[in-house]
Design a protein around this ligand. Structure first.
Ligand code: SAM
Length: 290
């Protein structure tokens, strides 16, 4: 049975669920949706009960949350095997185990996790192999996702980020949607910056032969070597446009990450333009010239 752990009790807002899930209705059609960290009070459950009433989904199952079934229990795993798609916001403290279980049972899913989970071993390897990607909500920018809490006073005193909306304190936590359901909201990354002539803006790392890029929008159109980009790059990752080589700690000798002038940087993903695309670009340019 699930016991209360204060850092896990953040509840997803109905509007966020509705906004994200509306992009996957064709995947949900006639399917059994399993919310395995949710109680009857969860907005996920309310949203999917609504879809069931409208005969869009076949059924909605929920077993988790406080006092409910542990998602790792045999009973929950048996349900998981019979369900079609898992949709939930699991406890972030168990996110690695949660994702690994979904991959192990080869499940379709749409889940919320901490933004940093992009660089977790269990997640990154699947992003790199294009088996898992970001949902439609853009990553980066100043706005973290907002969650309801059970105890507003506890939140305010916890030192965590919070916002007051209509007199209610809500937690603000860097989080994002992860899924292996196709969606068509991936916006192409338009490369508008030039490397040649602006080399000073793209310093090389002290300990790896690649240039540093602080914002994904600064990726230049005329550089074909290795580039280090922030993890927020993944919501624009299109394997036709870029190859992911690995995380900084996978590729550097000290496994510690990347440095510029002795200063350590936040996690970077090392990428390179996809050579097929580069060939296509060149073909297009040649055609234009002819
Ligand atoms: C981040 S909250 C989200 C709750 C709900 N899914 C939502 O989005 O509103 C994670 C929930 O998972 C529950 N939980 C914690 N450990 C669990 C476990 N091992 N199995 C299932 N649920 C668990 C917690 O009680 C908590 O309510």
């Amino acid at each position: 049975m699930v016991k209360r752990k204060k850092n896990d009790e953040f509840y997803t807002q109905y509007c966020d669920i509705e906004k994200e899930c509306s992009n996957y209705l064709e995947h949900f059609f006639n399917k059994i949706i399993y919310c395995n960290t949710d109680t009857a009070n969860s907005n996920f459950v309310k949203y999917f009960q609504n879809l069931k009433q409208q005969r869009i989904i076949k059924d909605i199952w929920y077993t988790g949350g406080l006092g409910g079934l542990d998602f790792r229990s045999q009973q929950s795993i048996d349900l998981l095997k019979h369900a079609d798609i898992v949709v939930s916001n699991p406890p972030f403290s168990l996110f690695r185990e949660y994702v690994s279980q979904l991959i192990k049972y080869d499940k379709k899913f749409l889940i919320i996790g901490p933004t940093n989970a992009i660089a977790y071993d269990e997640v990154f390897v699947n992003i790199k192999d294009n088996k898992l990607w970001n949902g439609t909500r853009p990553l980066g920018g100043p706005i973290s996702m907002i969650f309801d809490v059970q105890n507003q006073m506890e939140l305010i005193q916890s030192g965590k980020h919070y916002v007051i909306i209509n007199g209610v304190a809500k937690a603000q936590i860097p989080s994002t949607w992860f899924t292996n359901l196709e969606h068509d909201k991936q916006r192409p990354l338009i490369l508008s910056k030039r490397y040649k002539g602006n080399e000073v803006n793209y310093p090389k790392y002290d300990n790896f032969d690649a240039i540093n890029i602080n914002r994904k929008n600064n990726i230049p159109y005329d550089y074909y070597g290795v580039m280090g980009v922030p993890i927020t790059f993944i919501d624009r990752y299109n394997p036709k446009q870029f190859k992911i080589l690995g995380r900084d700690k996978d590729l550097t000798n000290n496994k510690k990450g990347l440095y510029i002038n002795g200063r350590p940087l936040y996690t970077r993903i090392l990428i390179q333009r996809n050579t097929d695309t580069v060939a296509n670009d060149n073909q297009a340019l040649t055609k234009k010239a002819a």
